[in-house]
Design a protein around this ligand. Structure first.
Ligand SMILES: *Cc1c(COP(=O)(O)O)cnc(C)c1O
Length: 357
């Protein structure tokens, strides 16, 4: 071992879903949107001037911050933008979880939370979800150094009602409560109406799913001006220019076309409902989803085997080899045609399996 290795920060990185590069494949493994972004997005990108490329971008990303603030009816002092919600969440962990007490997030949730906690040396505890995968509210009403919940949760696709989120925010006035709403456009109520009432609530959103812009990397947080100020101080101590000029223009254009956005969301929800029924016809148990994916298990075939068989056919879904969920598949909602291909493949695979038995 070299002497310098003693001084290396050792971390076990987050493993994102694979991005295979086949021309022909059905990719339902990272909750990407099957439809393109609003047509204005591409135009806005093409319209970025060479001067804008030559110069440093606006460090405040003001155009995007203002567009988001107007869209949600909050002050621009209540908005923080970053390079995807992963960047926003990482900044929030670094900013708000410096107290030394363990932070809390559910045992089954977005698997980046424990990676950031490890990276930033933040102690954490992971209360178990209830038997039905709902949040155990009481486990989040004990002393802690901060709270993170994804609502709707991933990979379960379950959303808790706003009353549950409010109980947690209200019951923890000494902690910042981060609510990761990556999927909220497909689900129940947002916690945004609570931000003016509770100065310890930070709501985090992304353009990656419902706005079809995972490749552009835009996320944001909305909270009290005091929370946002604290995050900005950390951001400007780390990297002033997180948002580039092209991304800022693309983000503004997406926000400007609300009709397209709503239509896109409605299409994915319609396909989700159709997919749920089709999976049930094939014998799957499907958790009622409030997201752009479904979480499903089959009584006769192991999820790991189904995953491998689908993969052979270049149909990619997500499988987590993790206690309690290792017999589930997480399937992103694609186009109706893609879901039809998936159903056909699943029917064949299940049939072969039944014959073998
Ligand atoms: C997809 C996802 C994110 C990350 O989204 P980006 O904005 O693409 O970084 C964060 N949280 C949850 C729960 C997600 O599913």
């Amino acid at each position: 071992m070299s002497a310098w290795e003693m001084n290396v920060r050792r971390v076990v990185p987050y493993v994102p879903g694979e991005q295979p590069q086949f021309a022909e494949m059905i990719k339902l493994n990272t909750n990407e949107n099957p439809y393109p972004p609003a047509p204005g997005v591409k135009k806005a990108i093409a319209g970025v001037s060479e001067d804008a490329m030559r110069r440093y971008p606006d460090p405040d990303a003001s155009a995007l911050v203002e567009a988001i603030a107007n869209y949600h009816g909050v002050a621009k002092e209540q908005v923080f933008v970053g390079v995807g919600s992963d960047d926003v969440l990482a900044m929030a962990f670094l900013t708000f979880f410096a107290g030394g007490k363990p932070i809390l997030f559910p045992e089954i949730t977005y698997s980046f939370y424990d990676v950031w906690a490890e990276l930033f040396r933040i102690p954490y505890e992971r209360p178990a979800l209830l038997e039905d995968f709902h949040l155990d509210v009481n486990a989040f009403l004990k002393e802690n150094g901060g709270i993170v919940i994804a609502n709707p949760n991933a990979p379960t696709s379950i959303a808790e009602p706003l009353s549950v989120v409010e109980e947690i925010v209200k019951g923890n006035p000494a902690s910042v409560v981060i609510v990761d709403e990556a999927y909220v456009d497909y689900g129940k109520e947002s916690a945004l109406p609570l931000v003016d009432q509770y100065d310890n609530l930070l709501v985090v959103r992304t353009f990656s799913k419902s706005r079809s812009m995972a490749g552009m990397r835009i996320g944001y947080a909305i909270g009290s001006p005091a929370l946002i100020r604290a995050m900005l101080d950390v951001k400007f101590s780390y990297n002033s220019y997180t948002m580039n000029a092209v991304t800022i223009a693309a983000g503004v254009a997406s926000i400007e076309d609300d009709a397209y956005f709503k239509e896109n969301v409605a299409k994915v929800i319609a396909t989700r409902e159709r997919t749920t029924k089709a999976l049930e016809v094939l014998g799957f148990d499907v958790i009622p989803s409030q997201t752009n994916f479904v979480f499903a298990t089959h009584p006769e075939m192991l999820a790991g085997d189904l995953f491998a068989k689908l993969r052979e056919r270049r149909i990619f879904v997500r499988y987590f080899k993790k206690a309690r969920i290792d017999n589930y598949l997480r399937i992103s909602i694609g186009t109706d045609e893609e879901m039809d291909c998936l159903m056909k493949a699943l029917a064949e695979i299940l049939n072969e399996n039944a014959v073998k038995d």
